[in-house]
Design a protein around this ligand. Structure first.
Ligand SMILES: Nc1nc2c(ncn2[C@@H]2O[C@H](COP(=O)(O)OP(=O)(O)OP(=O)(O)O)[C@@H](O)[C@H]2O)c(=O)[nH]1
Ligand SMILES: [Mg+2]
Length: 495
């Protein structure tokens, strides 16, 4: 409980910091149309992706402790379902769906972070829904069940851009599970595209957990090893990683019990740990991932806004220097012109002498006219040259000495260009200076405390949130396995 409260209060602190220090700047300059915190203020989310029939919905039902999602051998579910806790529901009731809402509601309610998915259109909206369930498993997180990835279907068939949708969801999620099964170990076309292009660019490597599910369906240990090898090879080819990502090996004891393939020798399972509990613990640890992701979120956006403000501030300061230099130059030239006019007037005999009030007046008028001319012609011309030069070489406004700086500058370079072009440098230097100081403070110090807290958290025991009991049906498959294991004599049968 202490751990949970600690995580929740740190989370609230970070969201408040974003709301106060980053969002006003982000909205003012068009860095973000929606408040930055809108995507992070909701509960931690776990996105469950995978081939069709890889057991996503079965896994979710097992976590929830009730049959909430439809399951089946053929591609069963073509919807994205957000499954979340119903705070108003009674925990003592049987676990069930207590409320269902459609995509339209979900995409438009500002309490949820899904506004950014509106752009995927009506067909997507019709395949998006929310289920509230009174399962204690969901107290600190939400699950997202997704349509299985397929071989044949095209984006046009689905009616929306599937890869874009999972890309956006992966960006929102704190943990992404990618499920495979022995029948199609990494060979489904949509999974290929997702892993090669979408997931890798839209989330961080350490947020993705690979799972080889339904391993009870392997005919033998050597069959499992072959499947595992194929999956490793495919994953390293797709993701371009040289190291083999860790893959959890799991199966649903209940589904295995109901499976018809009883004639196969599943004795090998006896020597393998079903890593279901490990998987469950990782999912239950989503709130901690969320904290880590929040810290990364704040660091990333604070750094980008910092660079944006640094660039426009640098432009504004250079413009001020330009104005002072050319202003002084104009004054000097005007004084010279005024004096020259007096000289000419006196030597031509139009004016009585240098101290003649008429001469002083004429000199002043000449100087003023010269200044006006200077400001409206040469200075304006040089200013437009200055403006064009900086727009052409906008990278000169900021020093890009490291790759990280380069990357985050790239993310806001266009925005800075547009802003400078639009305003021509007519914005308040004082305001931008203040904003830069505030954002820089967040960038340098904002997440220091949170990072320290995260270190402490990794030493805190993760206890009551992760009940250690095996899912329903586990006993049966365990018994079945034991009965088939060499040298084991417990006479229990699966059928
Ligand atoms: N033997 C065995 N069968 C499983 C396991 N997990 C799921 N199944 C079965 O596999 C079939 C597909 O399971 P689902 O949970 O519907 O799979 P899904 O990934 O949600 O499928 P789609 O929603 O269609 O993409 C069902 O008949 C399940 O009973 C498992 O670990 N072992
Ligand atoms: Mg499903």
């Amino acid at each position: 409980m202490y751990r949970e409260n600690y995580i929740n209060s740190l989370r609230a602190e970070m969201v408040a910091m974003v709301e106060k220090n980053l969002t006003p700047v982000a909205k003012q300059y068009g860095y973000s149309e929606v408040p930055l915190e809108s995507t992070i203020k909701w509960r931690p989310m776990v996105l469950i992706l995978g081939n069709y029939s890889s057991g996503k919905s079965t896994l979710i039902n097992e976590f929830l402790g009730a049959d909430i999602q439809a399951i089946g051998q053929a591609p069963t579910d073509d919807s994205f379902t957000i499954i979340t806790y119903d705070d108003a529901a009674d925990d003592d009731q049987e676990i069930q769906v207590t409320q269902e809402r459609d995509g339209k509601f979900l995409l438009n309610d500002p309490d949820y972070p899904f506004e950014i998915l509106k752009k995927h259109g009506q067909r997507f909206s019709a395949h998006f829904r929310l289920k509230k369930v009174n399962s204690p498993f969901l107290k600190n997180l939400a699950l997202i069940d997704t349509p299985g990835m397929l071989d044949s279907i095209t984006e046009r068939d689905r009616g929306y851009d599937y890869q874009e949708v999972i890309g956006d969801l992966a960006q929102l999620a704190d943990l992404v599970l990618v499920l495979f099964d022995p029948h199609k170990a990494g060979t489904v076309r949509e999974s290929h595209t997702s892993l090669r292009e979408t997931i890798t660019t839209r989330t961080f490597e350490d947020r993705v957990l690979f799972v080889l599910n339904r391993i009870d369906e392997c005919a033998s240990l050597s069959d499992l090893l072959q499947v595992y090898g194929t999956l490793c090879w495919n994953l390293s080819q797709i993701t371009g990683r040289k190291d083999i990502p860790s893959i959890l090996l799991t199966y649903s004891s209940r589904a295995a019990k109901n499976s018809t393939n009883h004639d196969e020798d599943r004795g090998f399972l006896y020597n393998l740990e079903n890593q279901r509990q490990k998987l469950k613990n990782s999912v239950l640890d989503a709130p901690r991932y969320r904290l880590d992701n929040l810290a990364t979120f704040v660091e990333t956006h604070a750094e980008r806004l910092d660079h944006f403000l640094e660039a426009i501030l640098s432009y504004r300061k250079r413009l001020r220097r330009f104005n002072i230099r050319f202003g002084v130059m104009g004054v000097v030239i005007s004084l010279i012109a005024g004096t020259a006019a007096v000289f000419t007037g006196v030597s031509a005999g139009f004016l009585g002498g240098f101290y003649d009030p008429l001469a002083i007046g004429a000199g002043s008028v000449a100087a003023c006219l010269c200044m006006v001319f200077w400001m409206f012609l040469p200075m304006k011309y040089f200013k437009s040259v200055f403006h064009r030069n900086y727009l052409k070489n906008i990278d000169r406004l900021i020093s890009i000495e490291t790759q990280t700086r380069k990357d985050s500058w790239q993310a806001v370079r266009e925005l800075a260009y547009k802003y400078i072009k639009k305003t021509n440098g007519r914005f308040s230097l004082r305001n931008v200076k203040q904003q830069y100081t505030d954002v820089h403070q967040v960038f340098i110090e904002g997440t220091r405390e949170i990072r320290k807290a995260l270190n402490e958290l990794s030493n805190l025991k993760f206890n009551e949130t992760a009940p250690a009991e095996e899912p329903a049906g586990a006993e049966v498959i365990e018994n079945s396995v034991q009965s088939q294991a060499p040298g084991h004599s417990t006479p229990t049968s699966v059928s």
